[in-house]
Write a protein that binds this ligand. Structure first.
Ligand SMILES: Nc1nc2c(c(=O)[nH]1)N[C@H]1C(S)=C(S)[C@@H](COP(=O)(O)O)O[C@H]1N2
Ligand SMILES: [Mo]
Length: 351
């Protein structure tokens, strides 16, 4: 059978590409918040859209290749070429990641490159569409056959994604131990020997515990302050820290149950959120019932937390992604509403 019979008409290819890219972007961003197995479908949809892109992109690139002859190159075409290169880069780094690839880019790695290239796509694509936009109405000619072709494409994509797992296992790539979030294992169960990461630029000086204290305040009946010696590490949880830069590490964390601190302070009736704030200004909130179950850890696998991992106190929030596990915590604040500014704070703290 000729390949041409299997490929949707040109407009349908373009809209298929658009749908795949939009899905990749939204699911890509959504994985940043996927911390429990119930979110595994997000990565599956992300991967499936990636496979669809792999199958459709060659069709598109073959169709337009003749336009990029050096003699015909214009500014707009250079931009389209850049878009193609960035999309191929994002796709290539994604596939390479799945099959265990890695890259040393100083503080960054292959996964950062994948995310960075992915985030470059929307502005380039919008620019590209300004010049090349065609209404979806022109797709409807040949419609039913294209629906069938797309059904075939999605089925093929799902099958390819399905066999990827066994193939990865069989050839024993470093990608074989990926978690459902896409992250790969590092230093599980080995105390402080797992990666030290910052969301952006946080890098405080080591904290001298004798100058440090923890305050519990906000909408509570009794504000409290604790010095290091007044915190009794009497609670333990096993939990996986899963960083959005693509690694995870499972440990036994010991420290203070946040619910115990809250009970001592007496949250007001309208209290709904608990914010954990670092000495650097980095902060994040959890809904009050979830915060109660969380831990402020002083130890990891029985070792005192190292400075890089948040000594003297770091949040352990099972089911949340790593960036929400605030390090170097000095304040716990109870509030009625969540602070919007914390979205900005995680990006600018430490700058
Ligand atoms: N104060 C503060 N806490 C922080 C961060 C940060 O930059 N500042 N980075 C977060 C991110 S992105 C991750 S993945 C984890 C990393 O914890 P680790 O360095 O102990 O591995 O800490 C989180 N807590
Ligand atoms: Mo992270």
């Amino acid at each position: 059978m000729k390949i041409g019979r299997l490929t949707p008409n040109p407009r349908a290819v373009d809209w298929g590409l658009f749908a795949a890219v939009t899905t990749l972007l939204s699911t890509g961003v959504a994985t940043m918040f996927a911390g429990t197995p119930s979110a595994a479908w997000i990565i599956d949809v992300h991967a499936l859209s990636g496979v669809v892109l792999v199958l459709l992109l060659p069709v598109k690139l073959r169709r337009v290749a003749h336009r990029v002859a050096p003699s015909r190159l214009s500014g707009g075409r250079a931009l389209s070429l850049l878009l193609a290169a960035v999309v191929l880069g994002a796709l290539g780094t994604g596939i390479w990641w799945v099959f265990g690839g890695s890259l040393d880019l100083g503080p960054w790695g292959l996964f950062h490159l994948h995310v960075g290239l992915g985030l470059l796509v929307p502005p380039l694509l919008l620019w590209h569409l300004r010049e090349h936009f065609h209404s979806p109405a022109t797709v409807t000619r040949g419609g039913r056959r294209d629906v069938l072709r797309y059904t075939g494409l999605l089925t093929a994509g799902a099958l390819l994604w399905r066999v990827q797992g066994p193939v990865n296992d069989a050839i024993e790539t470093a990608g074989a131990d990926r978690r459902y979030t896409g992250s790969r294992e590092e230093g599980t169960g080995d105390g402080n020997r797992f990666p030290v990461t910052s969301w952006v630029a946080d890098d405080p000086d080591p904290i001298d515990a004798t100058d440090w204290s923890l305050s519990v305040g906000g909408r509570v009946a009794r504000e409290r302050t604790y010095d290091a010696g007044q915190l009794t590490p009497d609670a333990t949880d096993r939990a996986i820290l899963d960083c959005t830069s693509g690694w995870y590490s499972g440990h036994e964390w010991t420290g203070v149950r946040v619910g115990d601190l809250l009970d001592a302070a007496g949250p007001a009736d309208d209290a709904a959120w608990v914010q954990f704030r670092s000495v650097t200004g980095y902060r994040w909130s959890l809904p009050l019932p979830e915060a109660r179950d969380a831990l402020l850890a002083t130890h990891v696998d029985g070792e005192r937390l190292a400075h890089g991992h948040g000594y003297p106190l770091r949040l352990v929030a099972p089911g949340r992604r790593g960036f929400q596990w605030v390090k170097w915590v000095e304040s716990v604040r109870v509030s009625e509403r969540r602070e919007v500014g914390e979205w900005l704070a995680i990006f600018v703290s430490g700058l």
